[in-house]
Design a binder for this molecule. Structure first.
Ligand code: DC
Length: 226
């Protein structure tokens, strides 16, 4: 498919709303490159967690940045210093750690720069918390994907169980609230509905329905440019 120069789809939303699933499927359907910005924050977290650094030690985490090389491959894998860490970055303890370090301004600045470079190279679907507001403020299609916290927590819980991980429903809901608060109230790049972003409530839509809905918004945009 031919896209106009600078074409990008920015998808933001809270934890557990299904952004990654939706963004990945949308990218496949529309032949765009998918960039999972959350995975990049998780990779920084994994590097530091393995090194035994406390998530509260901002100076140490910022100092680690030059030692971290992150690569995303077209098949959706993520490499940390040439090691495929796609599976290692998906667990609750790491998610908690990531949420803490994602508030640090220097961590955000470093990853934002890398994300802008990736999007400049090719048309992308990028998902995260600050894509429409900070990373790609000029993206022609911006989506704020939302769903009720109870529904997001239930989906997250089932996902963890299906992966054979231990999970507790009440705890997953409590963590969902904590991470929402942290994402929305942090000083640097808080989660907001970006200017020009369309609000999509996925509480009662499955991934396929959500993808179809967003694909229609994209087609409408592209038609409007003809
Ligand atoms: O979407 P996710 O759960 O993989 O994101 C992991 C953490 O990184 C989450 O706490 C929010 C944070 N994050 C962020 O602050 N900005 C982004 N663009 C993407 C993720």
């Amino acid at each position: 498919m031919n896209y106009p120069p600078g074409f990008a789809i920015a998808i933001d939303g809270p934890v557990g709303v299904g952004k990654s699933t939706v963004a990945r499927k949308l990218a496949q359907m529309l032949q765009l490159t998918y960039i999972d910005s959350g995975a990049m924050y998780r990779a920084v977290a994994l590097y530091n967690m393995r090194a035994g650094v406390s998530s509260a030690d901002e100076a140490a985490i910022v100092a680690s940045l030059p030692h971290i090389d992150i690569r995303l491959t077209p098949d959706g894998a993520i490499y940390l210093n040439d090691e495929n860490v796609s599976a290692d970055i998906r667990n609750q303890a790491l998610a908690e750690y990531t949420s803490t370090i994602a508030v640090y301004g220097d961590v955000r600045a470093a990853l934002t720069t890398q994300q802008k470079v990736l999007a400049a190279a090719t048309p992308v679907v990028m998902d995260g918390r600050d894509i429409g507001s900070q990373v790609l403020p000029h993206a022609p299609v911006k989506i704020y994907l939302d769903a009720k916290p109870e529904i997001r927590a239930e989906r997250r819980y089932r996902e963890l169980i299906s992966k054979g991980q231990k999970a507790n429903r009440a705890q997953v809901l409590a963590e969902t609230h904590t991470r929402d608060e942290r994402d929305k109230n942090r000083e640097h790049a808080p989660l907001v509905q970006a200017e020009g972003a369309k609000y999509v409530d996925a509480s009662h839509m499955n991934a396929e329905e959500t993808v179809a809905h967003i694909a229609t918004l994209v087609q409408n945009y592209l038609k409007s440019q003809l």
